[in-house]
Ligand binder design. Structure first.
Ligand code: GDP
Ligand code: ZN
Length: 332
């Protein structure tokens, strides 16, 4: 693995000069975990933690390193752990200020192109697309709209016309993630080892497209991704994928969860208390149905939330999809 393959370039090299003088090594964060990071360097992928000074200097949570960041790291005594001492300036930063949560969250750093994926089937929704576009425009990454499932018997042209009317200056590609031709359409966005991220609501085809774009990196994807019994792949480890054909794909859990925040935005502000409770549920993707450690149901059973409001909230959040569960806390 070379730094250039990870997206390193002349500008980053120039920015790194003072850190090189301090004996630090350059790397890129490929995944983020609760207690540590994984950083790819010129020679290997290492476990990393943040220096105390970097943590203290961060005014906002989004100032802390995140997936996609280029960092200056100090090789620690233990040979496979490094300490992140500095974050290089970001060429883009997708930051989400989630409803019910005061601290802005960095979803992805240094992404060149963000593909907003929508499906041309019954879920097609211009207003939702516009909200994703507004979010991406704040990031500094170039937005591209992918109109997926063009193979279905739907009026593709009418929907594309609607997208062009809403966003005349944005590139739009009608594709089918079920055909290999989709790769050719998107290949130019990966030239010069650029980084591409896919965002969009659940079910639009992001996983299918990601698998297609990662292509024959089967070894790597199998090593780092688990498949649950529904065949949906779940990001278990790596969030930044190096493509064998060049370029990188960013797939962070934060980006996948965006549709849930969208619902929260659509909801009346008076659901913020429920949103806040939901953040404390044991499982980060709790559907508040029968999961253990569900704070929403616990508050409801204590009579702290009116049953009508709970019902309305569930309705807004409806069509819960079973997903793999990720543990947030220990047993309660
Ligand atoms: P994600 O939730 O955005 O990751 O969506 P998935 O990749 O899991 O896809 C959701 C469903 O749509 C799956 O059943 C896919 O097989 C299907 N799908 C994805 N892309 C296409 C496509 O281009 N055409 C059709 N007909 N179905 C697709
Ligand atoms: Zn819950």
């Amino acid at each position: 693995m070379t730094l250039v393959a990870l997206g390193w370039n002349a500008q980053r090299q120039a920015e790194f000069v003072p850190y090189a003088a301090q004996g630090l090594v350059p790397g890129r964060i490929v995944s983020e975990h609760r207690t540590h990071y994984r950083v790819a360097t010129e020679t290997s992928e290492l476990s990393a933690e943040i220096s105390g000074r970097l943590r203290n200097d961060a005014k906002l949570r989004s100032d802390l390193p995140g997936t996609g960041d280029f960092v200056a790291a100090r090789l620690a005594g233990k040979e496979d752990t490094v300490v992140i001492e500095a974050v290089l300036p970001r060429s883009s930063a997708l930051i989400r200020k989630a409803a019910g949560e005061a601290r802005p969250q960095l979803l992805a750093a240094n992404v060149d192109t963000i593909c907003i994926v929508t499906a041309l089937d019954g879920d097609f929704n211009i207003a939702r697309l516009e909200r994703y576009l507004a979010l991406v425009r704040t990031s500094g990454a170039v937005p591209v709209i992918i109109a997926n499932k063009a193979d279905l018997p739907v009026d593709v042209q009418a929907k594309l016309d609607g997208i062009h009317k809403m966003a005349p200056a944005i590139a739009v590609h009608a594709i089918s993630a079920r055909t290999s031709g989709a790769v050719d359409v998107l290949e130019p966005y990966f030239t010069d080892n650029r980084t591409v991220a896919l965002i969009g609501s659940s079910g639009v085809g992001k996983s299918t497209l990601t698998n297609l774009l990662i292509g024959d990196a089967v070894q790597e994807t199998q090593a780092v991704r688990g498949h649950d019994d529904r065949g949906r792949h779940t990001t278990t480890h790596r969030q930044l994928f190096l493509r064998p054909r060049g370029g990188l794909i960013m797939d962070t859990p934060g980006m996948r969860g965006l549709e849930r925040w969208d619902v929260a935005e659509d909801a009346d502000a008076d659901f913020e208390d429920i949103q806040a409770l939901a953040l404390r549920c044991r499982f980060s993707d709790c559907q508040h149905q029968s999961e253990p450690g569900c704070e929403v149901r616990a508050a409801a059973s204590r009579g702290e939330i009116a049953p009508e409001r709970i019902a309305k909230y569930f309705k807004l959040k409806s069509a819960p999809k079973p997903k793999s569960r990720s543990r947030k806390n220990g047993a309660s």
